[in-house]
Design a binder for this molecule. Structure first.
Ligand SMILES: NC(=O)c1ccc[n+]([C@@H]2O[C@H](COP(=O)([O-])OP(=O)(O)OC[C@H]3O[C@@H](n4cnc5c(N)ncnc54)[C@H](OP(=O)(O)O)[C@@H]3O)[C@@H](O)[C@H]2O)c1
Length: 369
Protein backbone atom coordinates (compact mmCIF):
# COMPACT_ATOMS: atom_id res chain seq x y z
CA UNK A 1 0.00 0.00 0.00
CA UNK A 2 2.72 2.43 1.00
CA UNK A 3 5.13 1.84 -1.91
CA UNK A 4 3.72 4.46 -4.35
CA UNK A 5 3.89 7.11 -1.64
CA UNK A 6 7.33 6.30 -0.25
CA UNK A 7 9.23 8.46 -2.77
CA UNK A 8 7.01 11.46 -2.10
CA UNK A 9 7.35 10.92 1.63
CA UNK A 10 11.14 10.95 1.26
CA UNK A 11 10.82 14.24 -0.59
CA UNK A 12 8.67 15.54 2.28
CA UNK A 13 11.33 14.36 4.74
CA UNK A 14 13.98 16.33 2.87
CA UNK A 15 11.77 19.39 3.08
CA UNK A 16 11.32 18.78 6.83
CA UNK A 17 15.11 19.11 7.23
CA UNK A 18 14.75 22.80 6.44
CA UNK A 19 13.31 23.24 9.93
CA UNK A 20 16.35 21.70 11.62
CA UNK A 21 17.50 24.96 13.17
CA UNK A 22 14.26 26.88 13.60
CA UNK A 23 11.30 24.60 14.25
CA UNK A 24 12.09 23.57 17.82
CA UNK A 25 10.36 23.01 20.19
CA UNK A 26 7.93 22.17 17.41
CA UNK A 27 8.70 19.10 15.29
CA UNK A 28 10.33 19.33 11.86
CA UNK A 29 7.66 18.71 9.22
CA UNK A 30 7.66 18.64 5.43
CA UNK A 31 4.71 18.41 3.01
CA UNK A 32 4.19 17.78 -0.69
CA UNK A 33 0.90 18.77 -2.33
CA UNK A 34 -0.35 16.95 -5.43
CA UNK A 35 -3.18 18.05 -7.67
CA UNK A 36 -6.06 15.70 -8.59
CA UNK A 37 -4.04 14.41 -11.58
CA UNK A 38 -1.02 13.56 -9.39
CA UNK A 39 1.16 16.50 -10.43
CA UNK A 40 3.22 18.02 -7.60
CA UNK A 41 1.92 21.57 -7.34
CA UNK A 42 3.51 22.83 -4.11
CA UNK A 43 5.79 21.92 -1.23
CA UNK A 44 6.10 23.25 2.29
CA UNK A 45 8.19 22.99 5.43
CA UNK A 46 7.79 24.16 9.01
CA UNK A 47 10.73 26.53 9.20
CA UNK A 48 10.27 28.30 12.49
CA UNK A 49 8.29 27.86 15.68
CA UNK A 50 5.29 30.19 15.48
CA UNK A 51 5.51 30.28 11.67
CA UNK A 52 3.19 28.42 9.28
CA UNK A 53 3.07 24.64 9.53
CA UNK A 54 4.27 22.65 6.50
CA UNK A 55 0.74 21.87 5.24
CA UNK A 56 -0.29 25.53 5.38
CA UNK A 57 2.98 26.59 3.72
CA UNK A 58 2.26 24.20 0.83
CA UNK A 59 -1.34 25.42 0.54
CA UNK A 60 -0.14 29.04 0.48
CA UNK A 61 1.12 28.46 -3.06
CA UNK A 62 -0.86 25.38 -4.13
CA UNK A 63 -4.40 25.93 -2.80
CA UNK A 64 -5.84 26.77 -6.22
CA UNK A 65 -5.06 23.25 -7.48
CA UNK A 66 -5.62 21.34 -4.26
CA UNK A 67 -9.28 20.39 -4.85
CA UNK A 68 -9.49 16.59 -5.02
CA UNK A 69 -5.70 16.37 -4.58
CA UNK A 70 -3.34 14.68 -2.10
CA UNK A 71 -1.26 16.04 0.77
CA UNK A 72 1.80 13.93 1.65
CA UNK A 73 3.05 15.00 5.08
CA UNK A 74 5.67 13.59 7.45
CA UNK A 75 3.61 14.14 10.63
CA UNK A 76 -0.10 13.93 11.35
CA UNK A 77 -1.73 17.34 10.72
CA UNK A 78 -2.55 19.17 13.92
CA UNK A 79 -6.14 19.39 15.12
CA UNK A 80 -5.82 22.06 17.77
CA UNK A 81 -5.37 25.78 18.01
CA UNK A 82 -1.75 26.21 19.07
CA UNK A 83 0.51 29.07 18.05
CA UNK A 84 -1.25 28.80 14.65
CA UNK A 85 -4.76 27.54 13.64
CA UNK A 86 -5.36 23.78 13.13
CA UNK A 87 -3.93 22.38 9.88
CA UNK A 88 -6.87 19.98 9.43
CA UNK A 89 -9.15 23.01 8.93
CA UNK A 90 -6.90 24.32 6.15
CA UNK A 91 -6.79 20.87 4.51
CA UNK A 92 -10.58 20.51 4.62
CA UNK A 93 -11.15 24.07 3.38
CA UNK A 94 -8.91 23.36 0.37
CA UNK A 95 -10.98 20.29 -0.57
CA UNK A 96 -8.07 17.84 -0.42
CA UNK A 97 -9.32 14.28 -1.00
CA UNK A 98 -6.43 12.25 0.42
CA UNK A 99 -3.82 12.76 3.14
CA UNK A 100 -0.76 10.50 3.37
CA UNK A 101 0.92 10.62 6.78
CA UNK A 102 4.36 9.44 7.90
CA UNK A 103 3.64 9.13 11.59
CA UNK A 104 1.07 10.21 14.14
CA UNK A 105 1.81 13.23 16.31
CA UNK A 106 2.35 11.98 19.89
CA UNK A 107 1.44 15.42 21.27
CA UNK A 108 -1.62 14.66 23.45
CA UNK A 109 -3.42 17.60 21.80
CA UNK A 110 -3.22 15.79 18.45
CA UNK A 111 -2.37 12.06 18.74
CA UNK A 112 -4.90 10.56 16.33
CA UNK A 113 -7.40 13.45 16.45
CA UNK A 114 -6.07 14.91 13.21
CA UNK A 115 -6.63 11.57 11.47
CA UNK A 116 -10.07 11.18 13.05
CA UNK A 117 -11.29 14.60 11.97
CA UNK A 118 -10.05 14.10 8.40
CA UNK A 119 -11.68 10.65 8.11
CA UNK A 120 -14.93 11.91 9.62
CA UNK A 121 -15.00 14.57 6.91
CA UNK A 122 -14.63 11.92 4.20
CA UNK A 123 -10.93 12.43 3.46
CA UNK A 124 -8.99 9.23 2.69
CA UNK A 125 -6.10 8.91 5.16
CA UNK A 126 -3.13 6.62 4.55
CA UNK A 127 -0.85 6.23 7.57
CA UNK A 128 2.59 4.85 8.34
CA UNK A 129 4.45 5.64 5.09
CA UNK A 130 8.23 5.69 5.82
CA UNK A 131 7.18 5.75 9.44
CA UNK A 132 10.53 4.85 10.98
CA UNK A 133 12.36 7.58 9.06
CA UNK A 134 9.65 10.10 9.98
CA UNK A 135 9.91 9.18 13.66
CA UNK A 136 13.72 9.31 13.56
CA UNK A 137 13.64 12.81 12.05
CA UNK A 138 11.82 14.02 15.16
CA UNK A 139 13.40 11.81 17.79
CA UNK A 140 14.07 14.78 20.06
CA UNK A 141 10.50 16.02 19.86
CA UNK A 142 9.10 12.50 20.46
CA UNK A 143 11.35 12.00 23.49
CA UNK A 144 10.36 15.37 24.99
CA UNK A 145 6.63 14.72 24.50
CA UNK A 146 6.88 11.17 25.89
CA UNK A 147 9.00 11.95 28.98
CA UNK A 148 8.49 15.66 29.66
CA UNK A 149 12.30 15.93 29.69
CA UNK A 150 14.50 17.36 26.95
CA UNK A 151 16.50 15.06 24.68
CA UNK A 152 20.10 15.19 25.92
CA UNK A 153 23.27 14.91 23.85
CA UNK A 154 26.68 14.91 25.57
CA UNK A 155 29.29 16.71 23.48
CA UNK A 156 32.89 15.84 24.33
CA UNK A 157 36.10 17.11 22.81
CA UNK A 158 38.76 14.72 24.04
CA UNK A 159 42.16 13.22 23.53
CA UNK A 160 42.61 9.64 22.37
CA UNK A 161 43.04 8.69 26.04
CA UNK A 162 39.68 10.27 26.91
CA UNK A 163 40.84 13.47 28.60
CA UNK A 164 38.88 16.73 28.42
CA UNK A 165 41.64 18.85 29.93
CA UNK A 166 45.22 18.58 31.09
CA UNK A 167 46.29 18.35 34.71
CA UNK A 168 45.68 21.92 35.95
CA UNK A 169 42.53 22.27 33.81
CA UNK A 170 43.78 23.62 30.48
CA UNK A 171 41.67 22.38 27.55
CA UNK A 172 42.20 24.92 24.74
CA UNK A 173 42.37 23.50 22.21
CA UNK A 174 42.24 19.74 22.14
CA UNK A 175 40.46 19.27 18.82
CA UNK A 176 40.93 20.78 15.36
CA UNK A 177 39.24 23.92 14.10
CA UNK A 178 36.96 21.77 11.90
CA UNK A 179 35.76 19.82 14.95
CA UNK A 180 35.17 23.02 16.88
CA UNK A 181 33.13 24.34 13.97
CA UNK A 182 30.98 21.20 13.98
CA UNK A 183 30.51 21.81 17.71
CA UNK A 184 29.20 25.28 16.88
CA UNK A 185 26.80 23.75 14.33
CA UNK A 186 25.44 21.54 17.13
CA UNK A 187 24.78 24.63 19.23
CA UNK A 188 22.48 25.90 16.49
CA UNK A 189 20.37 22.73 16.67
CA UNK A 190 19.67 22.58 20.41
CA UNK A 191 17.35 24.67 22.57
CA UNK A 192 19.79 24.87 25.49
CA UNK A 193 23.45 24.37 26.37
CA UNK A 194 24.43 23.05 29.78
CA UNK A 195 27.75 22.91 31.65
CA UNK A 196 28.98 22.28 35.17
CA UNK A 197 30.30 25.13 37.30
CA UNK A 198 33.88 23.81 37.17
CA UNK A 199 33.83 24.37 33.41
CA UNK A 200 32.72 27.97 33.96
CA UNK A 201 35.52 28.45 36.49
CA UNK A 202 38.19 26.80 34.30
CA UNK A 203 37.28 28.12 30.84
CA UNK A 204 35.05 31.18 31.40
CA UNK A 205 33.07 30.26 28.26
CA UNK A 206 30.45 32.45 26.54
CA UNK A 207 28.43 29.48 25.21
CA UNK A 208 26.87 31.49 22.40
CA UNK A 209 25.58 30.63 18.95
CA UNK A 210 28.02 31.93 16.39
CA UNK A 211 26.97 30.70 12.96
CA UNK A 212 23.57 32.34 12.48
CA UNK A 213 21.97 29.11 11.19
CA UNK A 214 19.23 29.29 13.78
CA UNK A 215 16.77 32.12 13.10
CA UNK A 216 16.30 32.57 16.84
CA UNK A 217 19.00 34.18 18.95
CA UNK A 218 17.27 32.67 21.99
CA UNK A 219 19.62 30.07 23.35
CA UNK A 220 19.15 29.10 26.95
CA UNK A 221 22.46 28.60 28.75
CA UNK A 222 22.39 26.50 31.86
CA UNK A 223 24.94 25.97 34.63
CA UNK A 224 24.71 23.27 37.29
CA UNK A 225 26.03 25.15 40.28
CA UNK A 226 25.17 23.55 43.64
CA UNK A 227 26.39 26.41 45.85
CA UNK A 228 26.53 29.27 43.31
CA UNK A 229 30.29 29.37 42.79
CA UNK A 230 29.80 31.01 39.35
CA UNK A 231 31.70 34.34 39.43
CA UNK A 232 29.28 37.24 38.85
CA UNK A 233 31.83 38.81 36.50
CA UNK A 234 32.11 35.73 34.24
CA UNK A 235 31.83 36.05 30.44
CA UNK A 236 28.58 34.05 30.44
CA UNK A 237 26.83 36.86 32.30
CA UNK A 238 28.41 39.60 30.27
CA UNK A 239 26.66 38.31 27.20
CA UNK A 240 22.88 38.10 26.78
CA UNK A 241 22.57 37.49 30.54
CA UNK A 242 18.79 37.09 30.47
CA UNK A 243 19.22 33.66 28.97
CA UNK A 244 21.47 32.25 31.68
CA UNK A 245 19.85 29.91 34.18
CA UNK A 246 21.83 28.68 37.17
CA UNK A 247 20.50 25.65 39.02
CA UNK A 248 21.52 25.45 42.67
CA UNK A 249 20.43 23.91 45.94
CA UNK A 250 18.22 25.88 48.27
CA UNK A 251 21.04 26.31 50.80
CA UNK A 252 23.21 28.23 48.29
CA UNK A 253 24.40 31.54 49.81
CA UNK A 254 21.65 34.17 49.55
CA UNK A 255 24.05 37.08 49.09
CA UNK A 256 25.70 35.35 46.13
CA UNK A 257 22.29 34.67 44.68
CA UNK A 258 21.35 38.35 44.81
CA UNK A 259 24.65 39.31 43.19
CA UNK A 260 24.16 36.86 40.31
CA UNK A 261 20.56 37.95 39.84
CA UNK A 262 21.72 41.56 39.63
CA UNK A 263 23.95 40.40 36.77
CA UNK A 264 20.86 39.05 34.99
CA UNK A 265 21.06 35.34 35.85
CA UNK A 266 17.90 33.41 36.58
CA UNK A 267 18.39 31.20 39.64
CA UNK A 268 16.37 28.01 40.05
CA UNK A 269 16.54 25.94 43.24
CA UNK A 270 16.37 22.18 43.03
CA UNK A 271 16.85 19.37 45.54
CA UNK A 272 20.14 17.55 46.04
CA UNK A 273 21.06 14.20 44.51
CA UNK A 274 22.72 11.43 46.52
CA UNK A 275 26.04 13.31 46.27
CA UNK A 276 24.48 16.58 47.40
CA UNK A 277 24.66 18.08 43.89
CA UNK A 278 21.76 19.38 41.78
CA UNK A 279 19.15 16.69 41.15
CA UNK A 280 19.27 16.17 37.39
CA UNK A 281 15.74 14.85 37.08
CA UNK A 282 14.40 18.02 38.63
CA UNK A 283 16.63 20.12 36.39
CA UNK A 284 15.44 18.35 33.24
CA UNK A 285 11.80 18.42 34.29
CA UNK A 286 12.05 22.17 34.85
CA UNK A 287 13.68 22.68 31.44
CA UNK A 288 11.14 20.41 29.71
CA UNK A 289 8.25 22.36 31.21
CA UNK A 290 9.83 25.58 29.93
CA UNK A 291 9.67 24.51 26.27
CA UNK A 292 13.25 23.23 26.19
CA UNK A 293 12.99 20.06 24.10
CA UNK A 294 16.71 19.43 23.62
CA UNK A 295 19.89 20.11 25.59
CA UNK A 296 23.51 19.95 24.45
CA UNK A 297 25.72 19.16 27.44
CA UNK A 298 29.21 20.53 26.96
CA UNK A 299 30.95 19.11 29.99
CA UNK A 300 32.78 18.69 32.04
CA UNK A 301 33.48 15.14 33.09
CA UNK A 302 31.56 15.27 36.36
CA UNK A 303 28.44 16.42 34.60
CA UNK A 304 28.82 13.80 31.85
CA UNK A 305 29.09 11.15 34.56
CA UNK A 306 25.91 12.30 36.28
CA UNK A 307 23.94 12.16 33.04
CA UNK A 308 25.23 8.69 32.19
CA UNK A 309 24.88 7.33 35.73
CA UNK A 310 21.28 8.47 35.88
CA UNK A 311 20.52 7.27 32.33
CA UNK A 312 19.40 10.76 31.38
CA UNK A 313 21.50 11.19 28.22
CA UNK A 314 20.30 9.83 24.90
CA UNK A 315 23.34 10.51 22.70
CA UNK A 316 27.07 11.16 22.79
CA UNK A 317 28.78 13.27 20.12
CA UNK A 318 32.51 12.87 20.69
CA UNK A 319 35.38 14.58 18.91
CA UNK A 320 38.55 12.57 19.44
CA UNK A 321 41.88 14.24 18.76
CA UNK A 322 45.10 12.31 18.03
CA UNK A 323 46.63 13.53 21.31
CA UNK A 324 47.49 11.76 24.51
CA UNK A 325 47.53 13.91 27.65
CA UNK A 326 47.86 11.13 30.16
CA UNK A 327 47.97 11.74 33.87
CA UNK A 328 45.71 10.60 36.67
CA UNK A 329 44.89 14.22 37.46
CA UNK A 330 43.84 15.22 33.94
CA UNK A 331 40.05 15.67 33.62
CA UNK A 332 38.45 12.49 32.24
CA UNK A 333 35.66 12.79 29.67
CA UNK A 334 33.49 10.94 32.18
CA UNK A 335 34.46 11.36 35.83
CA UNK A 336 32.63 10.51 39.03
CA UNK A 337 32.95 7.19 40.79
CA UNK A 338 32.59 5.18 37.58
CA UNK A 339 30.60 2.01 37.07
CA UNK A 340 31.70 -1.05 39.04
CA UNK A 341 32.21 -3.47 36.14
CA UNK A 342 31.88 -3.72 32.35
CA UNK A 343 28.53 -5.45 32.91
CA UNK A 344 27.23 -2.40 34.78
CA UNK A 345 28.69 0.14 32.34
CA UNK A 346 26.57 2.44 30.22
CA UNK A 347 26.12 0.64 26.91
CA UNK A 348 26.15 2.66 23.72
CA UNK A 349 25.65 1.88 20.04
CA UNK A 350 27.87 3.56 17.49
CA UNK A 351 25.76 5.35 14.92
CA UNK A 352 28.50 7.01 12.95
CA UNK A 353 32.28 7.08 13.07
CA UNK A 354 34.09 9.38 10.66
CA UNK A 355 37.26 11.39 10.21
CA UNK A 356 37.16 15.17 10.38
CA UNK A 357 40.39 17.01 9.59
CA UNK A 358 42.84 15.17 11.87
CA UNK A 359 40.19 14.06 14.38
CA UNK A 360 37.66 11.26 14.70
CA UNK A 361 33.99 12.03 15.22
CA UNK A 362 32.02 9.36 17.02
CA UNK A 363 28.25 9.61 17.35
CA UNK A 364 26.65 7.06 19.62
CA UNK A 365 23.26 6.34 21.09
CA UNK A 366 22.97 5.42 24.75
CA UNK A 367 21.21 2.07 24.86
CA UNK A 368 21.16 1.15 28.52
CA UNK A 369 22.74 1.72 31.88
N1 LIG B 1 37.34 19.39 26.13
C1 LIG B 1 36.09 19.68 26.37
O1 LIG B 1 35.20 19.46 25.54
C2 LIG B 1 35.72 20.27 27.68
C3 LIG B 1 34.38 20.69 27.86
C4 LIG B 1 34.03 21.17 29.11
C5 LIG B 1 34.93 21.23 30.13
N2 LIG B 1 36.22 20.86 29.92
C6 LIG B 1 37.17 20.91 31.02
O2 LIG B 1 36.67 20.11 32.07
C7 LIG B 1 37.07 20.65 33.30
C8 LIG B 1 35.87 20.76 34.22
O3 LIG B 1 35.24 19.50 34.33
P1 LIG B 1 34.88 18.84 35.73
O4 LIG B 1 34.57 17.43 35.48
O5 LIG B 1 35.95 19.17 36.69
O6 LIG B 1 33.61 19.64 36.23
P2 LIG B 1 32.21 20.04 35.58
O7 LIG B 1 31.53 18.81 35.15
O8 LIG B 1 32.39 21.15 34.64
O9 LIG B 1 31.48 20.65 36.86
C9 LIG B 1 31.18 19.81 37.95
C10 LIG B 1 30.53 20.59 39.06
O10 LIG B 1 29.21 20.98 38.68
C11 LIG B 1 28.42 21.03 39.84
N3 LIG B 1 27.22 20.18 39.72
C12 LIG B 1 25.99 20.50 40.18
N4 LIG B 1 25.14 19.52 39.97
C13 LIG B 1 25.82 18.52 39.37
C14 LIG B 1 25.45 17.23 38.95
N5 LIG B 1 24.21 16.75 39.07
N6 LIG B 1 26.41 16.45 38.40
C15 LIG B 1 27.67 16.89 38.26
N7 LIG B 1 28.09 18.11 38.66
C16 LIG B 1 27.16 18.92 39.22
C17 LIG B 1 29.23 20.50 41.01
O11 LIG B 1 29.69 21.63 41.72
P3 LIG B 1 29.92 21.56 43.31
O12 LIG B 1 31.19 20.81 43.47
O13 LIG B 1 29.98 22.98 43.72
O14 LIG B 1 28.76 20.80 43.88
C18 LIG B 1 30.36 19.78 40.31
O15 LIG B 1 31.55 19.74 41.06
C19 LIG B 1 37.74 21.96 33.01
O16 LIG B 1 39.12 21.79 33.10
C20 LIG B 1 37.33 22.26 31.60
O17 LIG B 1 38.35 22.97 30.91
C21 LIG B 1 36.63 20.40 28.71
Amino acid sequence: MSAPWAGLMRQALELAERGRYGASPNPMVGAVLLAHDGEVVATGAHLACGGPHAEVAALATGAARALGGTMVVTLEPCAHQGRTPPCVDAILAAGIARVVIGTRDPNPAVNGRGVEILRAAGVEVIEGVEEEACRAANRRFFHWIATGRPFVTLKMAMTLDGKLAARGGRSRWITSEASRREGYVLREEFDALLVGVNTVLADDPRLTRRLGLNPSPHLVRVVLDTSLRTPPECALLGNDPGDVTLFCREDAPAERRRELERRGAAIVEVGGDEYGRCDLRQVLRWLGSHQISSVLVEGGGEVHWSFLREALAQRVHAFVAPLVLGGREATPSVGGAGFGSPQEAARLRFIEVRRLAGDLVVEAEVESV
